[in-house]
Design a protein around this ligand. Structure first.
Ligand code: AMP
Length: 386
């Protein structure tokens, strides 16, 4: 019991932005913290209230209670959080602050697997005296604004930061097989094996290899994944292919997402497309496939990547409506569009609003016939002659 108590005493909980857009937000034990449309969270989207969510960490139970205060929907993974109601957020889940946008997860630092062997009796009303229970908390006096919470966070020693990063490896393991398209984790990183691609990924956030959103970076240096590389790009097999042929083309330069593209990257985008088309042509020598080349409007994985995908969509990894719609609606942005947009406007527009396409009804990508569910869709596309 003492060991468990000590562990909770040393524990810290943080809210972490999946896209690394802002610093971690410290969530003290049993103290409500409000998050929403604030500078700290880099959220300017007006669908998000200033106090969209109230987060209250429970260290002993290792979850964060999420209460939605804002008018628009928030989600944990794919589940709605009803207004004025609280749901538990665990460290293997993703919290979308509003309308399936702004994914965040939580990390508990200073704990390890010992928590799992904690005797059950200790949770059942037998907690050490020093631990406050949720009911004991005087909410009004203990509520922290995000600024206060951030200040508290800044007061933490640098060494904790190190721990923080390490914990990415420890907290997302159950995401490893969870490859939901476009709005949530695709995969968990595996340690890079051998490196014959010279990557300059030195910035600390970018180099947090353990996090699922960084998984592509490990695959970029994994000889088993690589099918082509030159001095500018690498082409890898998609780990959860949604069709018979599904590759990802990535620049070696550190470009986290399309929003970081600058006018001088036009040639890089053109090169990515040119190589993709040439590889697709080569593969068609064996069997004829139709290909599409493009980007998800809101990529879930870090490091810019272009999809090269055959249009058979014959794959057991293609499971959900979101998977389907991410490749067959306007959510899939043709690679040429990026080239033209970057050339004409000098940047790639923010396409967060495109997430609405993921909710569109299921339709065959060839004949447009509407489909009841994924199994009927799959049967249909096998036979569709259009
Ligand atoms: P998105 O970020 O929405 O453009 O899609 C990311 C793609 O990366 C998906 O098609 C996933 O199946 C794929 N993926 C996820 N993790 C890995 C990985 N570690 N290696 C290769 N592909 C991955």
């Amino acid at each position: 019991m003492l060991r468990w108590y000590k562990m909770v005493e040393n524990m810290k909980c943080y809210l972490r932005c999946v896209r690394s857009s802002h610093d971690d937000v410290f969530l003290p034990d049993k103290v409500p913290v409000f998050i929403g449309r604030t500078k700290e969270l880099q959220i300017t989207d007006r669908t998000c209230s200033r106090n969209q969510l109230q987060l209250t960490a429970n260290y002993s139970k290792r979850y964060v209670l999420v209460k939605r205060l804002g008018a628009n929907l928030s989600h944990i993974d794919g589940m709605d959080i009803p207004r004025k109601q609280s749901c538990q957020l665990k460290s293997n889940q993703t919290l979308y602050v509003v309308e399936m946008k702004f994914p965040h997860d939580i990390v508990f630092i200073g704990s390890d697997n010992e928590r799992d062997v904690k005797p059950k009796s200790e949770t059942a009303g037998n907690e050490p005296e020093k631990l406050r229970t949720f009911d004991d908390t005087n909410e009004s006096s203990k509520c922290l604004s995000i600024n206060q919470s951030k200040r508290t966070l800044l007061q933490r020693k640098l060494s904790e930061k190190g721990e923080c990063k390490k914990s990415r490896l420890e907290t997302k393991e159950d995401k490893s097989n969870n490859d939901d398209a476009s709005d949530s984790p695709y995969a968990f990183d595996s340690p890079a094996t051998g490196s014959n691609v010279s990557l300059s990924m030195s910035s600390s956030r970018f180099a947090m290899k353990g996090h699922w959103s960084q998984g592509l970076k490990a695959s970029m240096t994994d000889p088993k994944s690589i099918i082509f590389q030159d001095n500018l790009i690498v082409v890898i097999k998609d780990k959860y292919p949604k069709a018979r042929i599904h590759w990802l083309v990535l620049p070696l330069e550190e470009i986290a997402h399309a929003g970081q593209l600058k006018p001088n990257h036009v040639d890089l985008l053109k090169h990515m497309l040119k190589v993709a088309k040439s590889l697709a042509k080569d593969s068609n020598k064996k069997k004829k496939y139709t290909f599409r080349y493009g980007y998800h409007a809101v990529a879930s994985m870090s490091q810019l990547h272009m999809h090269v995908i055959s249009q058979d969509f014959s794959s057991s990894s293609l499971k959900t409506k979101k998977h389907w719609n991410s490749f067959t609606t306007d959510y899939f942005v043709d690679a040429e569009t990026y080239v033209i947009e970057l050339r004409n406007n000098g940047k790639i527009e923010d396409r967060k609003a495109f997430t609405k396409f993921l909710k569109e009804p299921l339709r065959c990508h060839k004949c447009n016939a509407s489909q009841k569910n994924m199994p009927t869709l799959k049967t249909h596309i096998e036979k569709c002659e259009t």
